[in-house]
Ligand binder design. Sequence first.
Ligand SMILES: [Fe+2]
Length: 165
Amino acid sequence: MFQKINLTLLDVDLKRLLGSAYATDGSVYTEYSIPDIGYVRELLKEKVKFDIMPIEAHVLAVTGYVLPHLDTTPTGLNFYLETNSEETFFYKWKDEASIDNTILLAFPIEKLEKVGSFVAKTGDCYLLNTHVPHNVDVGVGKSRLVMRLLFNESFEKVLAGIHLL
Ligand SMILES: [Fe+2]
């Protein structure tokens, strides 16, 4: 459901990465466009090559508690730009009968069972299967900033096509 990738991005220039906010729920998360996509290429070009190219890149700011959810795309490569020791959790449904395919966001936590977690440090990179229910509790008054590359292919395919240089 997730894999740490041996890639580190530190001292990134946020001025080149943080554009305008284009999606938010008004409280917990905000997605920002990346104004200088050439800078992303510059950051990665000597570190990694992808067989499968991302379909989208943005920066995600999260504060507080995110309910378990699925992302719209199946796979995300997360570069953690700012962290506060928060834990990312993955879940499975406790019983098959309670699987509800009609919702994408805000799964009832009491119907889920934790199956894995990780704590990313600033600079870390993780590949996530975001079609597995997942969430994070960043904590009140704290924030997490993540540069995300989104892929429209399965976690396994994307992982097999990541080549560290
Ligand atoms: Fe997500």
